[in-house]
Design a protein around this ligand. Structure first.
Ligand SMILES: [Zn+2]
Length: 217
């Protein structure tokens, strides 16, 4: 399994192209420059070969490009069962679209369940429910390469996602980050900031130390 960072030139959310015998896209950026995203994907693959796009959570900077990219790739959109309804109804509040002065289109989204396994050729991505940043945030874990695509739950160098947006919850986020410290993770692919290759579990442990502080008061 190969993972490529596709940086949206118009905004700051990371997208990841996961390539194996089949290929999937994780997150879609804000959607300010879909053509440039398609061009960036084309450097690695024929975008039409991407058959699934998985959204780690409902926020506009991860789902804003979903409509244009799913059409360009002819791909099906997936989100967790707690996030999908807000995307189908284009909830402008809990997706933070309104807060960022954007307008989200209604999206046709299939639900994926917590614990589901997504097959990509010979490898599998396991869906891990990590609520806290949003209610239905997910991480995707690949056991062979010990890779975690973690959305906005944790970031490199001990960062953690915000819990003060709608549907966020500090206690849930603490539990989610703790659960990630219990998985062997070598490579971390977060929704913002740098990728970590090698010893990523140390970064997640640092995230847990930094968020745990908030629960001591
Ligand atoms: Zn987010």
């Amino acid at each position: 399994m190969e993972v490529r960072l596709i940086a949206d030139p118009g905004y700051d959310a990371n997208m990841y192209l996961v390539m194996s015998r089949t290929s999937i896209l994780i997150d879609t950026g804000t959607g300010l420059s879909p053509e440039e995203c398609v061009n960036a994907l084309s450097e690695f693959i024929d975008p039409k070969d991407i058959d699934r796009i998985i959204l780690t959570h409902r926020h506009i900077d991860h789902v804003g490009g979903a409509k244009a990219l799913s059409e360009a790739c002819d791909a099906t959109l997936y989100a967790s069962e707690d996030e999908a309804p807000s995307l189908r109804s284009a909830d402008q509040v809990t997706t933070a679209a309104r807060m960022f002065g954007k307008e989200l289109d209604k999206l046709e989204v299939e639900s994926i369940g917590y614990g589901d396994v997504i097959e990509i050729g010979t490898e599998e991505l396991r869906v891990i429910h990590t609520p806290g940043h949003t209610k239905g945030s997910i991480c995707l874990y690949e056991e062979g390469t010990k890779s975690l695509l973690c959305g906005d739950t944790v970031f490199a160098y001990g960062g953690v996602g915000r819990w003060d947006f709608p549907t966020g919850n500090l206690q849930e986020l603490v539990r989610s980050v703790k659960s990630l410290t219990e998985i062997p993770v070598e490579n971390l692919y977060p929704g913002h900031g740098p990728v970590v290759q090698g010893n990523a579990h140390k970064h997640i442990q640092a995230s847990y130390r930094s968020i745990k502080v908030y629960t001591l008061v």
